[in-house]
Design a protein around this ligand. Sequence first.
Ligand SMILES: C[S@@+](CC[C@H](N)C(=O)[O-])C[C@H]1O[C@@H](n2cnc3c(N)ncnc32)[C@H](O)[C@@H]1O
Length: 303
Amino acid sequence: MDSMDVKKANLVFHDETSREYDKKWAIRFDEDMARFVLDKFELGLRGPFPRVERILEIGCGTGYAMLNLGIAGVLEECWGCDISQGMLDVCKENAEKLGIKVHLQQADVEDLPYEDSYFDMVIGHAILHHLPDLDASFREIHRVLKPGGKCVVAGEPTVNGHRFARVAKSLAQWGIRTYARLGGRLGKRPVRLREYRAEDEGSHELQELEHVVDIHTFDPAELCRRARRAGFRVARYESEELLSSFVGWMIRTVETSVEEDNITDRWRWGAYNTYKRCRALDRYLYRVLPHSWFYNMILYLEK
Ligand SMILES: C[S@@+](CC[C@H](N)C(=O)[O-])C[C@H]1O[C@@H](n2cnc3c(N)ncnc32)[C@H](O)[C@@H]1O
């Protein structure tokens, strides 16, 4: 598949899924999530989030990163772009509900519609792994940044993290099917595996597209080398989520494998707390294990 097809697939997939996106990824805009998002960026920055005048988020989607950073009170003038107008429409509604002012524009990261040296900082979350031409994207980010400007992109899957996630998904699938066969219960009801229905045809096509749009997993050191080749003076990374990613993918796999009435609020609450406890444990593991094993990479660049 060539680069144009990947972009078209990204546009169609994200337009089609934009209304369900926040629910699917349990995205909230509140103090708790704002702290969570700020922590990610400060891990990448290795320090407090700087007070700068103008920030751009590339691939802002429904606003998960920038609106939560807005709630955390670290943004002044905020700009967001995305290839999908559907995602931008939801982002606009989210921003209006929160009373946060953002400048949104439909744009491709590989060809940004902004002047040279316009932004003090560029941020992103879960975007690089969708971009067919990473070198062109890095060059564009570099171009729109002021000299000395910083770029932090969080939530990018590593090669090793992705392998662990696949194991987690297979284990969870096998586990929930076996549990259902044995007559197990979830949410005070017998487990009912989600069945294929004719009306799901559209969602199957979307699942296929999801495989098309996720085009990269990253070797963090190699990605830093690429960013340096595009002109960045500094390129380094941190990472997060090992156990929490494994458990998180198992939870998501169970949730998407069973009927909705098996998933109660109690389950969601328990799942979220388990994930948070695993994250706390991950912080200790991060001190002793190779950072490239962790699922989410946070890239830090400086012009
Ligand atoms: C996984 S979503 C992440 C959205 C948001 N940053 C978040 O973390 O929730 C990836 C986003 O990147 C956008 N995207 C994909 N390819 C793009 C491109 N070439 N230029 C700009 N945005 C793109 C998609 O439309 C989608 O909104």
